[in-house]
Design a protein around this ligand. Structure first.
Ligand code: DLL
Length: 395
């Protein structure tokens, strides 16, 4: 499968390290060896600097503004110079190429257009690659299905949860030309991947990113291996640290992802803590790319639920639910605290009694939860990032 920028994406490791070293020194005056001594940056600093306090160039040199979709507190504003947008388009073009798109591929982009980075980020990447973009944005789901059937898109780009919502509206699966999809912006499991692939008849590929660092395309899986997302290491230095102590962790160990931007002009960040939990590998990949790969995001440091002393990430619950064939991949977790203890209700669509599901959760995760099997279509479908956890404790 063609690589979009092979001279960079397959760069020998020593050469890549030299490039990173130079860029880090140039941008931040920091030596690679001294990186782990540098303080972290965190989301609250961006929020406190609202809206433009952290910009390193005058606003008039910025040609685009986006904002993080954060549901907690004030939005985080990010900005891009022309060069930032060009680098971002390259990264998204790499992601699409790694998933098997190329010049002329019809790409249906159902990530939301607007302040969210998903829509425009993937859009410019697809154009950069020479694809034919259908800028559908999110919403009006029946029309999405209609456009997919009528325009013959080979690629679908949207959140994994929205892919399933669109699949519900496909009337004639035989009329679809879809062969692959680039899904991300929210956590998803291998079980959800299989459900999407079955529902839409395509190969589902993971793309990761965050607004503060850039947007989609910080890393992406290759279709050859689909075994970890290649981090665009010529633009981003990646570390994994212990979420509590902040100490660097070795490859293969799960911890919090930390990124330093190596090329960004408007909003360079040194050691930005993402809150996302994953591990890294630098083992060679079948696709030939030399960039480090990150595992799937296992959860966020701030989305872990503690239910009667059991720590559990929503993605672990998803993994258990989707392994039960009688359950549909539509679920919601409701947390309440009627007395002193948290209680979890797992609401899931399906055609099975709650008891075996409850037992599965208990035996796999040690989790005590109330399971409610609900009729098909009763869990609200997302048009962007799914709302999986409803926390009534703070209401
Ligand atoms: O979600 C950027 C994006 C758009 C990525 C489209 C991929 C596709 P934010 O809105 O700032 O940016 O949210 C960033 O979303 O810190 C993760 O917690 C989560 N996230 C993003 N991609 C993935 C993924 C965009 N592939 C936050 N798997 C991040 C799991 C993801 N979580």
């Amino acid at each position: 499968m063609p690589i979009f920028q092979p001279e960079l994406e397959t760069m020998p490791k020593p050469e890549l390290e030299r490039l990173q070293r130079e860029r880090l020194r140039e941008r931040f005056g920091v030596e690679l060896e001294a990186l782990s001594e540098q303080p972290f940056r965190v989301k609250s600093e961006l929020r406190d600097a609202y809206p433009f306090g952290l910009l390193r160039v005058p606003l008039e040199e910025c040609v685009r503004i986006h904002a993080s979709s954060g549901t907690r507190g004030k939005a985080t504003i990010v900005a891009y110079t022309r060069a930032d947008l060009a680098a971002w388009a390259d990264c998204c073009a790499r992601a699409l190429a790694a998933a098997g798109a190329g010049p002329g591929t019809v790409v249906h982009n159902a990530y939301g257009y607007g302040l969210f980075t998903g829509g425009l980020g993937v859009h410019y990447g697809a154009e950069r690659l020479g694809c034919t973009v259908v800028p559908a944005s999110g919403g009006n789901t029946p029309r999405q299905a209609q456009l997919l059937e009528d325009l013959g898109a080979e690629f679908l780009c949207c959140t994994p949860s929205y892919a399933l919502a669109i699949a519900d509206h496909i009337s004639e699966p035989a009329r679809l030309s879809l062969r692959a999809g680039l899904f991300g912006a929210e956590p998803w499991t291998e079980g959800l991947r299989e459900a999407i692939e079955r529902a839409l008849g395509l190969t589902a590929v993971d793309v990761y990113g965050l607004s503060e660092v850039m947007g989609p395309g910080v890393s992406a899986e290759c279709a050859e291996a689909r075994d970890g997302a290649h981090v665009n290491e010529d633009h981003f230095l990646v570390e994994v640290v212990d979420p509590t102590s902040g100490d660097p962790l070795p490859d293969g160990t799960v911890g919090e992802l930390v990124f330093s931007t190596l090329t960004k002009e408007a909003l360079p960040l040194l050691r930005y803590r993402t809150g996302d939990l994953a591990s890294l590998t630098r083992e060679p990949c079948a696709c030939g790319r030399t960039f480090a790969r990150m595992s799937r995001i296992l959860g966020r440091t701030d989305d872990m639920l503690i239910i009667r002393g059991v720590n559990v990430f929503p993605s672990e619950i998803e993994r258990v639910l989707l392994a039960i064939p009688e359950l549909a991949p539509h679920y919601q977790l409701v947390v309440e605290r009627p007395g002193h203890l948290d209680e979890l209700a797992v609401q899931v669509e399906g055609t099975v009694e709650p008891a075996p599901v409850r037992e599965q959760l208990e035996s796999a995760l040690g989790l005590t939860a109330r399971v409610e099997i609900v009729p098909r279509g009763s869990i609200p479908r997302s048009e962007g990032k799914a709302l999986r956890v409803i926390d009534r404790r703070t209401a």
